[in-house]
Design a binder for this molecule. Structure first.
Ligand SMILES: [Zn+2]
Length: 277
């Protein structure tokens, strides 16, 4: 089956969930397009990508470009995030989940690792990201129960109260949209950086520190009920080759050919299990 046919299959299966970004009405699939009741029309590309966004605003991104996403996929595939994926899957496996929405899925490398480790193979995962380059790559995995869509995290093309579980890995999110699309008993898995996350690289390159960890924690606690909080923290040895991937997946650093002289890298993350207040 071609990618576009997988896309049409998934969009048909999810047609009670995915909605028009302009008028929030349902879609029909006609030929290779999604058409809403008010005739807003969105083409499905050969790569299986559909842009459910005010298309005039989608432009080539100079930071979130192909180079960044290719390097990010290479880096994630090295296994540094395996513990994160295992912990996320453990949570998902404990909940009765049919549909997962990943807000800020990028090139889908985390998503495919998660899908491959889920016990329930019928769970559907929808990835949304504004970066079309990322979504085109994420749809490499469209032959799984996974479709990625170009969309705005502040105006999700998703029906009210239709999602069981939201994933939000190292990406901004919009809590109003989360509350709108999540089912009444739905849960959120949110991953944020700890202060030690990639600190060797940030030190070497003089990149500013992440937002204060305590502040992030406080912010989350004002918006959500924290059901559970776990952390991972491991320092890995890293060679020059793999370091190149990391440097090039770092926004603002990709396309710069300066590889710092560091020998180790720390993956330190907080994993929150949250419910809307
Ligand atoms: Zn419409």
């Amino acid at each position: 089956m071609k990618k576009i046919d997988y896309a049409k299959f998934h969009l048909q299966q999810l047609n009670s969930i995915i909605t028009c970004p302009f008028c929030q009405s349902d879609f029909m699939i006609e030929n290779n397009s999604l058409i809403c009741k008010n005739n807003h029309t969105f083409n499905i590309s050969k790569k299986g990508t559909v842009i459910l966004y005010k298309t005039s605003k989608v432009k080539e991104d100079r930071i979130y470009n192909d180079n960044l996403f290719i390097n990010r996929r290479n880096f994630i595939n090295l296994g540094y995030y395996d513990e994160l994926h295992t912990k996320i899957c453990k949570i998902i496996n404990e909940y009765n989940t049919k549909t997962i929405l990943d807000m800020g899925c990028g090139e889908g490398s985390h998503d495919i690792k998660i899908i491959n480790n889920l016990l329930n193979k019928k769970i559907s995962l929808i990835g949304i990201d504004l970066a079309k380059n990322g979504i085109d790559m994420a749809n490499d995995f469209i032959d799984n129960n996974f479709i990625s869509i170009v969309g705005d995290l502040n105006n999700l093309p998703i029906k009210n109260k239709s999602i069981d579980l939201i994933l939000n890995i190292l990406s901004p999110s919009n809590e109003k949209e989360i509350a709108r699309v999540l089912k009444k008993d739905g849960i959120i898995i949110k991953v944020t950086p700890k202060k030690e996350y990639l600190y060797e690289l940030r030190n070497a390159l003089g990149i500013k520190e992440y937002e204060n960890e305590e502040l992030i924690d406080k912010n989350i606690a004002t918006k959500y009920n924290i059901i559970q909080k776990e952390e991972i923290k491991t320092t890995f040895h890293i060679n020059k080759e793999n370091l190149k991937y990391l440097v090039n997946m770092t926004p603002l650093m990709n396309n710069i050919n300066v590889i710092p002289n560091i020998k180790s890298i720390t993956i330190a993350l907080n994993i929150y299990l949250l419910k809307v207040k």
